[in-house]
Ligand binder design. Sequence first.
Ligand SMILES: [Zn+2]
Length: 118
Amino acid sequence: MWRVLRIFCVTMLLRCPACQRGQMFRTLFQMNVRCPVCGVVFERDAGEVTGAMAINTALMCLLAIVGAVLAIITDIPTGWLIGGTASVMILFGVFFYRHARAVWVGVLFLTGAIFEDV
Ligand SMILES: [Zn+2]
């Protein structure tokens, strides 16, 4: 359990789950293919980015649910609530993109899909 929590924290810092030192991203939205420190490949298959998209989508759905609950329990005008919730969801999706990909790489690492080449 501690290992899972440690890997989650390391990936939220956008660092390699294998060596915990290498940066995963070289630019704001561009992930390194390999860890610059240990050389591990972050996403071995092309479709592995879909896991990160699933994480991002699930969290944005939670934000939509929060917006729906606010619509029920508060007197905020509906237009403001829809606009505010949509804005927060879009901004969250953009700004959490790197972390979602990094967390997915952590999941892949924990399941053994990411390993050091020998
Ligand atoms: Zn590394």
